[in-house]
Write a protein that binds this ligand. Structure first.
Ligand code: SF4
Ligand code: F3S
Length: 106
């Protein structure tokens, strides 16, 4: 399954949502997640993310492993998002900032 990782936090570009054939993205206030049971591993979303935040679970780096669990948990809780929306206002500023996990609004 594909996983949204840290660099989406406070950016939320949502280009990923537009290409997903099975609409398996779920939206929080400042982050999106992928439902692991719904993702069909098509890989279409990965190159669309301007923040390069999406990875196949097997390729998630050691320091981002927690996001596999975060995607699984929050996709059960958050509402489905099926259309692209405007990125967060200061997305460009927050893109590529390190240690954004603490800023994730669950
Ligand atoms: Fe959707 Fe495909 Fe991305 Fe999975 S890999 S979230 S099915 S676009
Ligand atoms: Fe997030 Fe990238 Fe999608 S920033 S909302 S994973 S396009």
């Amino acid at each position: 399954t594909y996983v949204v990782t840290q660099n989406c936090i406070r950016c939320k570009y949502t280009d990923c949502v537009e290409v997903c054939p099975v609409d398996c993205f779920y939206e929080g206030e400042n982050f999106l997640v992928i439902h692991p049971d719904e993702c069909i591993d098509c890989g279409l979303c990965e190159p669309e993310c301007p923040a390069e935040a999406i990875f196949l679970d097997d390729d998630v780096t050691e320091d981002q492993q927690i996001f596999i669990e975060i995607n699984a948990q929050l996709s059960e809780k958050w509402p489905n998002i099926t259309e692209r929306i405007e990125p967060l206002e200061d997305a460009e500023e927050w893109k590529d900032k390190p240690n954004k996990l603490a800023l994730l609004i669950k």
